[in-house]
Design a protein around this ligand. Structure first.
Ligand SMILES: NC(=O)c1ccc[n+]([C@@H]2O[C@H](COP(=O)([O-])OP(=O)(O)OC[C@H]3O[C@@H](n4cnc5c(N)ncnc54)[C@H](OP(=O)(O)O)[C@@H]3O)[C@@H](O)[C@H]2O)c1
Length: 275
């Protein structure tokens, strides 16, 4: 995985240097870019990974901020609890949570052909994991109340516009975008009066998750036909928005916001060949 550290030579002056940020899925395309961007802001980092330790180990060689790598399968309640315990044995408090881990099956499966097992697996990996991770962080705030904190959820344009052939993924992301973001923004302030919860919604972004789709020129033509900017996102595009929403200095009066990072996408091109 190539990481363009030079992109982050100039910081956003986000005043995150005394903050600790836990990033889930830090071994993936967007997670690595978020970690690099936050390292440039001098934040302390908890780098969660699942099956792939190597990208995180390589990242640790490149960054010069205090950090710890913590493995967990975020579908598993006990492993999520252990992740927070390990993070809190390395750092006294976690200030910001980035809920980034997730899966996307590139194979398109209409709902009438979808197995219940697929539906459950997607909801488990994308939504239940977000529930467990947010719950762990909010419990930490309940144990250690403070003035401010932030959660940034990584949703998807699938949660905004739906995605035929991927209703399981779209349903999980819509629940994050609307159900979790809009509920938790009102819960977090009971634990941290200036606590904020926001959600970014990337469209197609150049990462391993999207590799199959990105290699399909016909699909990319269709996708970009509804986008003003007619290009896919780079992981740094998503990372910059996450740094912004993590930073109280930059976005301290923004909560419950849903920010598409999709080049002005208007939706889906449903009938590309229609006369
Ligand atoms: N790339 C896009 O086009 C795009 C568009 C919209 C939204 N998003 C969202 O952006 C986020 C990051 O995606 P990405 O593109 O960076 O994908 P990625 O490179 O595949 O990274 C996904 C990360 O999530 C982790 N993960 C998956 N299942 C997990 C589980 N059960 N427990 C713990 N960690 C798990 C992966 O670890 P393992 O590989 O070890 O399981 C990996 O670190 C996802 O939520 C995705 O839905 C991506």
């Amino acid at each position: 995985m190539q990481c363009a550290t030079s992109l982050w030579e100039k910081t956003l002056n986000a005043e995150l240097n005394d903050k600790c940020v836990l990033i889930t899925g830090a071994s993936g395309g967007i997670g690595l870019a978020v970690a690099e961007a936050l390292a440039a802001e001098r934040a302390k980092l908890v780098l969660h990974y699942h099956t792939q330790a190597e990208p995180v180990r390589e990242l640790q060689q490149r960054i010069a901020v205090p950090n710890v790598a913590v493995p967990a399968d975020l579908r598993d309640e006990r492993q999520v609890e252990r992740m927070f315990a390990e993070a809190l044995s390395a750092f006294p408090r976690i200030d910001v949570l980035v809920v980034n881990a997730g899966i996307f099956r590139s194979e398109s499966v209409p709902l009438h052909e979808m197995t219940a097992a697929q539906w459950r697996e997607t909801l488990d990996a994308d939504l239940n994991s977000a529930f467990l991770t947010c719950r762990g962080f909010l419990r930490h705030l309940a144990d250690d109340p403070r003035e401010s904190a932030a959660i940034v959820l990584v949703g998807s344009t699938a949660g905004l516009f739906g995605e035929a052939g991927h209703a399981d993924y779209a349903a999980a992301k819509a629940a994050m975008v609307y159900g979790l973001t809009l509920s938790l923004k009102n819960e977090i302030v009971r634990l941290a009066p200036r606590g904020r919860v926001n959600c970014v919604c990337p469209g197609w972004t150049r990462t391993p998750m999207a590799a199959d789709g990105l290699s399909d020129p016909a699909l990319m033509l269709r996708v970009q036909a509804t986008m003003a900017l007619q290009k896919v996102a780079e992981p740094r595009d998503v990372a910059a928005a996450i740094v912004f929403l993590a930073s109280e200095r930059l976005s301290g009066h923004i909560s419950g916001a849903v920010l598409p990072i999709a080049g002005g996408m208007e939706g889906r091109l449903l009938h590309p060949d229609a006369p």
